[in-house]
Design a protein around this ligand. Structure first.
Ligand SMILES: NC(=O)c1ccc[n+]([C@@H]2O[C@H](COP(=O)([O-])OP(=O)(O)OC[C@H]3O[C@@H](n4cnc5c(N)ncnc54)[C@H](O)[C@@H]3O)[C@@H](O)[C@H]2O)c1
Length: 425
């Protein structure tokens, strides 16, 4: 049974989810796309063969049409989520809403209550739940292989390039401008994973430390200029050099050169250099971008059954990736997401040591999909839920999906003002 959606915000994320309709046209059809950027609408038109009256530059025009699809994919930037999600829920759309849902508990709980009250699906863009790596770990927990979870330790090690193009120079570089701090923008995935993996219980207390101490104007290399290509003597040596990241190695093409409206592959070196010297955010000295996000942070959490968790985030590390170590009463799991492999250990009575088993999930990842297979898993589950089919173990009610966000808000409050925060939501 084919389902229909409208796409609100056809940027990077919106286009990734919308692709499902191109890949599986028998399952999903797009009835309208809203985006004020005409270039993005042109891309959507070409991809899905949409008619002009299905392409809208103004969100209010969509609302005026009433409910024209089963669901809505909301993939605009963070600050727009609250108003748009609320308006769409009021028209009885089921929602796939990108994370972070919103940046504060009051609006989050309001949206949750509206969705529950109207019996609407409200799925959050927690794509990591849908990866074979975390999905397999969750299944092991459900199968009782760990016994009761005692402690979970996770790390989000953000590589130099990703830190640079998203959180130092990119569109999430400022909490003041974007509305989301580092923990919300980047690690709401990790905190959500902790809550979801341990969702036989609920988080009750949170404390956090963190600040921006290292990637600051005071720590800029001596004599550095405002832009890498404007005579900076460190152009060939600085780890944040735009030359190395965005010209020689051409990393993160989706985020570099945001002001050049054409496919990345068609951007010439000359255009890149001109942009980096003039108006491209990636060309600004990484130490002087005015970013107000933390460059390192730790979060400690306590759950109602006494179990605990610790999450750390460190920016601009050489080897990026996510680490996880879960210790239960009957066994433990340790792994590095990017390797698509983890180790399961349990106590060995015969030797009084332990046995080890390696779990490899690489084979389970569909070819050509992003986020370790998570993106396609999430949109597929949304379509399943629209059809009324049984979703995967990754899909939970919105009342469970909010736990991680609530912990993030509490952690940020603790980090900024000090002290432990008790959770009550
Ligand atoms: N789940 C994940 O892992 C993940 C990863 C990256 C980003 N995100 C989140 O996804 C969201 C979108 O991020 P992105 O990188 O795709 O951003 P983006 O800037 O590429 O896309 C946003 C799109 O929204 C459009 N837009 C602006 N105002 C609009 C309006 N009023 N109505 C409709 N469209 C409008 C923009 O023109 C743009 O095309 C953000 O909230 C971001 O934090 C989630």
């Amino acid at each position: 049974m084919k389902k229909t959606v409208v796409v609100v915000g056809y940027g990077d994320r919106g286009s990734v989810y919308a692709d499902y309709a191109a890949k599986y046209p028998d399952e999903l059809e797009i009835t309208a796309v809203v985006d004020p950027d005409l270039y993005r609408l042109k891309l959507a038109k070409e991809k899905f063969g949409l008619k002009d009256d299905q392409l809208l530059t103004d969100f209010n025009e969509l609302l005026k049409r009433g409910r024209i699809a089963d669901g809505a994919i909301v993939a605009t930037m963070d600050q727009l989520h609250y108003e748009q999600a609320k308006a769409l829920l009021a028209q009885n759309y089921h929602l796939l809403l990108e994370k972070p849902v919103v940046n504060n508990a009051a609006e989050l709980e309001e949206l949750r209550d509206i969705a529950v009250g109207r019996d609407r699906i409200m799925m959050v863009g927690h794509v990591l739940r849908y990866t074979p790596f975390y999905g397999s770990i969750k299944q092991d927990i459900l199968d009782g292989k760990l016994g009761q979870i005692m402690h979970i330790e996770t790390s989000e090690l953000v590589g130099v390039c990703h830190s640079s193009c998203s959180y130092i120079r990119g569109k999430w570089k400022s909490e003041e401008e974007c509305g989301s701090g580092m923990l919300l923008a980047k690690c709401c995935h990790d905190i959500d994973l902790i809550c979801w993996l341990n969702n036989v219980t609920k988080p009750t207390e949170v404390v956090s430390y963190g600040s921006r101490d290292f990637i600051t104007p005071e720590n800029a290399p001596e004599g550095s200029s405002e832009r890498c290509y404007n005579g900076c003597p460190h152009l060939d040596t600085c780890r944040f050099s735009a030359k190395s990241l965005y010209v020689d190695n051409d990393l993160f093409p989706i985020y570099s050169y945001p002001n050049i409206k054409k496919p990345h592959a068609e951007i010439t070196t000359e255009e890149k250099l001109t942009a980096l010297k003039t108006n491209d955010p990636m060309g600004v000295c990484a130490y002087k971008t005015g970013s107000d996000l933390v460059d390192h942070q730790g979060v400690m959490m306590k759950f109602s059954n006494g179990s605990t968790a610790f999450h750390s985030m460190i920016s601009a590390v050489p080897r990026p990736g996510r680490k996880i170590h879960i210790i239960g009463t009957e066994g433990e799991i340790e792994g590095f997401f990017e390797t698509n492999r983890y180790t399961y250990r349990k106590f060995d009575f015969k030797t009084s040591l332990y046995t080890e088993e390696y779990v490899d999930v690489l084979e389970k990842i569909e070819k050509g999909v992003n986020h370790g297979g998570g993106d396609i898993g999430l949109i597929r589950d949304f379509v399943k839920r629209l059809r009324g089919d049984k979703p995967s173990i990754a899909a939970t009610d919105i009342s469970d999906s909010v736990n991680g966000h609530e912990c993030v808000y509490a952690a940020e409050d603790s980090r900024k003002k000090g002290g432990v925060r008790k959770l009550d939501f």
